[in-house]
Design a protein around this ligand. Structure first.
Ligand code: ADP
Ligand code: MG
Ligand code: MG
Length: 900
């Protein structure tokens, strides 16, 4: 038997199911699923994504069995519809639709009404009894086919669609406001003008043969998989090339058959807020993408969707069809147990479903829907937790407009709140400019009449997007929500003039480069910049986080060096500090002077004198941090960076420092030269500093312990964790551990206050992982410093990797940046070995991670898998890590980790 490349659906059968997304693409799999559920879906078939790969393997050819299977597919449609493809009397028309596993901009646009030519149009006129409808369909078909299959759709922003130019001229000539105002004669004339233009531009005729039309479209779908836009999108979203796209071929149903026909799109819940209300738009006597294209203003499907006065709902216009739509959407939501984004068409009062998929939503909506569905009994808490992507939360952890500042702002207008959040930036009018300006470090707002897939790059580069036209299901709105960008859409109050690079609003003119602020939650647009305030974890967010906390096994700590960061960390849910970098305290105010004095001192006595000035300051810092953290654990790392970082390199600054310290500039210069290292990252730093200059370590641990005593006296029973960095041998650790213990003994004795403390180490040098059992025999805890460990395991200097990492990523030499997401295959082995060997010597060894990776969801899952006690990351990533840790625990329960 030959391999099955074609899966049929509709007319009572379904070869596929929703589970077959990888093979049938999202659209095809869900069409099959709906057909299987008995929901009215026009019959059709899906050519698999496998065929896409075969097509490229065969140098853009097909195996012969495909032709037979497609023919069978067409037979199936013909039988169900009682019409024949290319039949002059009763012609079957079809649509050709692309559909990858995930919805992807850059893929070929759908071709509708395929199968029409100068002969079959006569049949369509006869069978429909509607000449205008037939010519409207033909007009659309020639245009779509010319645009997407014959390649006449403009690639650049300055160009116009040649079909739209002709259409526009026609409308002006006959005084038609909308497409629906054009007469049969106008449409006939347009078809012939379109064909003439195609002939002129392409030097070839528009294909009259339906079979040629069909294969031309199939080729175009597969061809678009390797189009520039699709490739860019795949790169941006880490979508593998071998996924391929499927092709869906389906019988046409017509929303453009008159006033009892319509087409629409809807969400089963509000995609912006998550409110449990059916929400959507439709257009009477329209087809395909008319609703989202903004050709006429779409109407609300029900009262809940009304946005302005004078609108006519589908519910009032076609109450019976609306009722049926309602029951289908409820059915679909129950079946998929998730919010659905649906497409439907009504042909002469008969409802057809053309698409359903899990709807894109803002993170706010995602949280509300997940929590609501648990409360409605539709899903359980675990499912709810697994449904939120940790990275999505990032948006909620960004600032919003300060209400007081916003009240005073100069309002320019109001559009639709299409994607929530707040953004401030300089106005740009073109996607290319957005990219260019953003690269220069500018924050920009992309302002467009409407957006199209060409603008994706610019939308990605912008802080927010503002459009003058389009609804909440317009391209700008859907894409912005997907990206988590703030977006105000359809703001009719602004008049954009691309030629002059400006827009007018509220009697003012805003030019490119001027600041504006947009609020995607309210739809408001303001002149100038508006102050923002930090986010909070409340409401649905708080509920979901509390559920996540109940499932996770790892603790989540934060990296924080100063009391204000520690406070932020606690607000974000941190359960301790995993890394407090003492050197960060050294730079502030007059401390740096004392630090420099210490470095410049010629002998131990000089160093001790300078350190004595630092000690009380460090102690106060620690008291502040301990207070902010309450009874949560705090890990403090002893001085780590190379000393030259504390001295300036520029002669002018060296002179300044010399004046401050009352020494000669030459001395500074000499010292800088003496401290100069060829490879400071592997030089005199970490525990090496404390071993050569023990007085530095002594001062630091004394400061830690006297702060502990002070807290104990005030009733706060702090248990500090002293962490020794960059250890590679046991002796390095024990020498400094002994200094620490001696200081603790001395301070307990002199103060009469007894306290507990731990002394542990960072595991960041590969050798330390190898001898982890020996180290653990001495050290009370491990914290993996995966930044340095990545650097040393790969042999990539962190400071220089920028020169080649980009190239490596682009060429696929590395799958991802190992400094961002932990290299589980290599560095991960060191971590795993370090834990195993460490625990072989000390079974209850406490183990955590404090590298950048502690806030990366995939790396957090790894940490869970290898049995860490906690991860530590920057305060703003703490909620992400909490969720990622919960998801790791839940995936672990069923053995379904996302990474191997
Ligand atoms: P996209 O992936 O861009 O949404 P679709 O394949 O869903 O593209 O199609 C674009 C538009 O054409 C949608 O509005 C869809 O409902 C409509 N459409 C597709 N196939 C048919 C069909 N067989 N009959 C009527 N409308 C169709
Ligand atoms: Mg499309
Ligand atoms: Mg669609």
């Amino acid at each position: 038997m030959s391999k099955k490349y074609v899966y049929k659906f509709g007319g009572g059968i379904a070869d596929g199911t929703a589970k077959m997304k990888n093979l049938l693409g999202g659209k095809g799999a869900n069409l099959a699923e709906m057909a299987g559920l008995g929901i009215p879906v026009p019959p059709g078939f899906t050519i698999t994504t496998e065929m896409c790969t075969v097509y490229y393997k065969m140098d853009r050819n097909y195996p012969s069995e495909l032709y037979d299977q497609v023919e069978e597919g067409i037979d199936h449609i013909e039988k169900v519809m009682g019409k024949k493809f290319n039949d002059p009397e009763n012609p079957l028309l079809i649509s050709v639709r692309s559909g990858a596993r995930v919805s992807m901009p850059g893929m070929m646009d759908t071709v509708l009404n395929l199968g029409l030519n100068d002969t079959t149009i006569q049949g369509l006129i006869k069978t429909s009894g509607n000449e205008r409808f037939a010519w409207d369909s033909y007009r659309r078909f020639v245009q779509m086919y010319g645009d997407v299959v014959m390649g006449l759709k403009p690639e650049r922003k300055e160009e116009e669609d040649p079909f739209e130019v002709i259409l526009h001229e026609k409308k002006v000539a006959v005084g038609a406001k909308y497409d629906t105002d054009l007469t049969t004669g106008d449409l006939k004339d347009l078809v012939s003008k379109f064909k003439a233009m195609i002939k002129e531009r392409k030097g070839q005729d528009f294909p009259e043969d339906p079979a040629e039309q069909l294969w031309g479209s199939i080729n175009a779908v597969f061809g678009s998989w390797m189009g520039a836009r699709a490739i860019t999108y795949r790169k941006l979203n880490n979508i593998p090339e071998d996924w391929g796209t499927a092709v869906n071929v389906q019988a046409m149903v017509f929303g453009n058959m008159g006033d009892d026909s319509a087409t629409g799109v809807a969400f089963t819940r509000d995609p912006a807020t998550g409110n449990n209300r059916f929400y959507g738009e439709y257009l009477v006597n329209a087809q395909g993408e008319d609703v989202v294209a903004g050709i006429r203003t779409p109407q609300p499907i029900n009262d809940a969707s009304i946005t302005g006065p004078g609108q006519v709902t589908l519910e009032s216009l076609m109450p019976k069809v609306y009722k049926q739509l309602e029951s289908i959407y409820q059915n679909l939501e129950k079946h998929y147990q998730d919010m659905q984004d649906i497409e439907f068409t009504i042909e002469k009062g008969r409802l057809w479903m053309l698409q359903t998929r899990n709807g894109k939503r803002t993170v706010q909506a995602a949280l509300k829907i997940a929590v609501d569905m648990v409360e409605e009994g539709l899903i359980d808490k675990k499912t709810a937790i697994l449904r939120i992507t940790p990275d999505q939360l990032d948006q909620l952890l960004h600032p919003m407009f300060d209400p007081a500042d916003k009240k005073k702002a100069n309002k320019l207008g109001k559009g639709l709140p299409a994607s929530p959040g707040a953004a401030t930036g300089k106005v740009v009018f073109h996607a290319d400019d957005a990219v260019e300006w953003a690269e220069k470090g500018e924050k920009v707002i992309l302002v467009r009449i409407e957006t199209s897939p060409e603008d994706i790059g610019g939308m990605n580069a912008a802080e927010g997007i503002l459009t003058a036209r389009g609804g909440r299901t317009s391209h700008a709105a859907v894409v912005a929500r997907g990206m988590g960008k703030c977006c105000v859409a359809g703001c009719a109050d602004i008049a954009i003039d691309y030629a002059k690079n400006q827009f007018a609003a509220a009697g003012q003119v805003i030019k490119a480069g001027d600041y504006i602020s947009i609020d995607g939650t309210s739809g408001e647009v303001f002149k100038d910049r508006i102050k923002t305030i930090p986010p909070q974890i409340t409401g649905y967010f708080g509920t979901l986080m509390s559920w996540a906390d109940s499932f996770r096994k790892m603790k989540v700590r934060a990296n924080a060096d100063i009391p204000s960061d520690a406070k932020k960390a606690v607000e974000m849910g941190a359960e301790g500090i995993g890394l407090c970098r003492t050197e960060h305290m050294f730079f502030e105010g007059d401390r740096i002077t004392a630090v420099r004095e210490m470095i410049l001192a010629g002998d131990e006595a000089g160093r001790r004198k300078a350190l004595a000035k630092l000690e009380p300051i460090q102690k106060e810092d620690f008291v502040g941090i301990f207070k902010a953290m309450g009874d949560r654990p705090v890990t403090i790392r002893l001085l780590d960076p190379p000393l030259h970082e504390f001295l300036p390199n520029e002669p002018a600054q060296q002179k300044e420092v010399a004046d401050d310290l009352g020494v000669s500039p030459e001395l500074i210069k000499e010292k800088v030269e003496a401290l100069h290292e060829l490879n400071p990252m592997l030089g005199f730093r970490g525990c090496r500093l404390g071993l050569i200059f023990p007085e530095i370590s002594e001062m630091q641990v004394r400061a830690i312990f006297s702060a502990t005593v002070e807290c104990h006296r005030n009733g706060l029973k702090v248990v500090p964790e002293v962490m020794i960095p960059l250890v590679g041998t046991v002796k390095e650790f024990t020498v400094l551990r002994d200094i620490t213990v001696a200081a603790a003994d001395e301070i307990m004795k002199s103060s009469g206050v007894k306290f507990d403390y731990l002394v542990g180490t960072m595991i960041e040098i590969p050798r330390a992982a190898l001898i982890a059992d020996q180290i653990a025999a001495e050290a009370q805890f491990f914290s993996f410093g995966t930044n340095d460990m990545t650097q040393m395991a790969f042999g990539y200097s962190r400071d220089d990797a920028g020169k080649f990492l980009g190239f490596y990523l682009e060429k696929g030499i590395l799958p991802s940046d190992p400094f961002q997401t932990l290299d589980q295959e290599g560095v991960g082995q060191l971590v795993q070995m370090g834990i195993e060997r460490g625990r072989s010597a000390r079974p209850n060894l406490k183990v955590g991670i404090c590298g950048e990776h502690g806030g990366d969801p995939a790396s957090v899952e790894f940490c869970h898998r290898v049995g860490m006690d906690y991860v530590s990351c920057s305060p703003f990533r703490v909620p992400l890590a909490r969720l990622a840790a919960a998801q790791a625990a839940l995936r672990g329960e069923v053995g379904e980790y996302t990474t191997a």
